[in-house]
Design a protein around this ligand. Structure first.
Ligand SMILES: *[C@@H]1O[C@H](CO)[C@@H](O)[C@H](O)[C@H]1NC(C)=O
Ligand SMILES: *[C@@H]1O[C@H](CO)[C@@H](O)[C@H](O)[C@H]1NC(C)=O
Length: 217
């Protein structure tokens, strides 16, 4: 009886070690989901081997002392395909650099979970859909460059809450509605918003009501 209990405990212990992957493992899986979702004709992701315990030895990936991912440097890498929601699991990520590729599809709202993010550079791709309001949760974000895509819809007013924001560039998209002017947006110039032919200009606080619920065409 006693030995069978001990045996059961041993089995449970072994199962628990199998079923609780480390954070580094989870981050490797998240990055591998991106590898699977994109075409990589330049083989820049060739070193991304999912059988390794953490992704810190992979090219274009940088980790901190705890083997957690802090940077993803894949600008100008000829990647096509789409972003994946799994990227939102990289909670220590500070730099997400995926500019100048041929990425299509939406910006996953899960990127709003990247609470350490300082720089989100997705400019010059072919991303569509709206700018997720969830990005307003990125309290450390300084650089948000989404210019040169095919993004539509309104600029989420919530983004004015981004207290650390230094540079915003949403120029050269297909955004519409008015431009929020409060909070962190008060320091931005027109240049951040140019070449969105349906964008109506700055909202006049107190005069024009920002109609977040209405759609704009
Ligand atoms: C975006 O898509 C258009 C139309 O399919 C294409 O001509 C253009 O080269 C693409 N741009 C990028 C950066 O992939
Ligand atoms: C706006 O679009 C025009 C025409 O495509 C282009 O020449 C110009 O450089 C763009 N401006 C910015 C700031 O990107």
């Amino acid at each position: 009886m006693a030995s069978s209990t001990a045996f059961h405990l041993l089995v449970l212990f072994l199962l628990s070690t199998i079923q609780s992957p480390t954070n580094a493992n989870l981050e490797g899986d998240a990055l591998y989901a991106l590898r699977r979702a994109v075409k990589d004709p330049g083989h820049v992701l060739q070193s991304w081997d999912p059988t390794l315990t953490d992704p810190c030895t992979w090219f274009h990936v940088t980790c901190d002392g705890d083997n957690r991912v802090t940077r993803l440097d894949l600008g100008n890498a000829k990647l096509s395909g789409s972003l994946v929601p799994e990227l939102g699991k990289l909670v220590r990520l500070q730099y997400l650099e995926l500019y100048m590729n041929e990425l299509v599809g939406p910006i996953p709202r899960e990127l709003g979970n990247l609470k350490s993010l300082v720089s989100l550079d997705l400019y010059h791709n072919n991303l569509t859909g709206t700018i997720p309001a969830s990005l307003s949760k990125l309290s450390n974000l300084k650089f948000l460059r989404l210019n040169g895509n095919r993004l539509t819809g309104r600029i989420p007013r919530e983004l004015t809450k981004l207290g650390s924001l230094k540079i915003l560039d949403v120029s050269n998209n297909d955004l519409c509605g008015t431009i929020p002017t409060s909070g962190s947006f008060s320091k931005l110039t027109e240049e951040s918003f140019v070449n969105n032919s349906r964008l109506e200009g700055p909202e006049l606080v107190g005069f024009v009501r920002y109609n977040a619920a209405g759609s704009c065409k």
